[in-house]
Design a protein around this ligand. Structure first.
Ligand SMILES: CC(C)(COP(=O)(O)OP(=O)(O)OC[C@H]1O[C@@H](n2cnc3c(N)ncnc32)[C@H](O)[C@@H]1OP(=O)(O)O)[C@@H](O)C(=O)NCCC(=O)NCCS
Length: 192
């Protein structure tokens, strides 16, 4: 994790929130990689970014500085049928989320996550899942504030040996008998 960077007291005006498009690759992919890899315990190759952005660019949003269109925050997601369940559910997945350190604490990530949730809900997602390091308090707080629940603890999930939580946001009304078909099927009672 990055050491505390000097935070800006205010955002530089109204940020521009835009959906990713393939034509942005040369302009923004290097900045997206740099922003995300800064805080990752394990860096992703360019192919991982392309895997998500080529197929689900419409579920990726960027927050840009209005003065020079530089990247301040990004969220990358995917949405696909979860075929191991019958009938298959539509499962959204938040793969990456990062906000540039000086701009944290101003609601940028909250805005990006809400946009991604809306985009996946519009495309009929039943649920949205993600994993986050158990020590990542800002991320845990943010997601739980938005209604995500802890569904599972993943012991020693990351290369650095840290454990993770799988978090799930249920978007559809749950029939208790059908809950086994959603990510809640691996729900455990996790002490906070
Ligand atoms: C986790 C991370 C994305 C959060 O980004 P952020 O932009 O600071 O998040 P937000 O500002 O939306 O929320 C953080 C806090 O700011 C507060 N906040 C301040 N102004 C706000 C506003 N105008 N609107 C909403 N929230 C605001 C929120 O209440 C929130 O406080 P709380 O969660 O402690 O109660 C960021 O710390 C980061 O990039 N970390 C490194 C990468 C990472 O860990 N990614 C997540 C991996 S799963």
């Amino acid at each position: 994790m990055e050491a505390a960077a000097a935070r800006v007291a205010e955002l530089p005006g109204e940020l521009k929130y835009i959906q990713y498009e393939h034509s942005f690759e040369s302009q923004y992919l290097p900045a997206i990689r740099a922003l995300i890899s800064k805080d990752l315990s394990e860096p992703y190759s360019i192919y991982v970014y392309r895997y998500f952005l080529y197929q689900w660019g419409h579920l990726c949003y960027m927050a840009l500085d209005p003065s020079d269109s530089s990247l301040i925050g990004v969220i990358i997601c995917k949405l696909e049928p979860h075929a191991s369940h019958s009938p298959p559910t539509m499962r959204g997945y938040i793969a990456m989320l990062a906000v540039s350190a000086p701009y944290r604490g101003h609601g940028v990530a909250t805005a990006l996550v809400k946009m991604a949730i809306d985009a996946m809900a519009q495309r009929n997602a039943d649920e949205i899942v993600l994993e986050t390091e158990e020590t990542n308090i800002p991320a845990m707080r943010l997601y739980e504030r938005l209604g995500f629940l802890r569904s599972k603890k993943l012991h020693r999930y990351y290369l650095n040996g840290n454990s993770a939580y799988r978090l799930v946001l249920l978007l559809k009304h749950i029939d208790p008998d059908a809950a086994v078909d959603l990510a809640l099927d691996d729900m455990e009672m996790i002490p906070r």
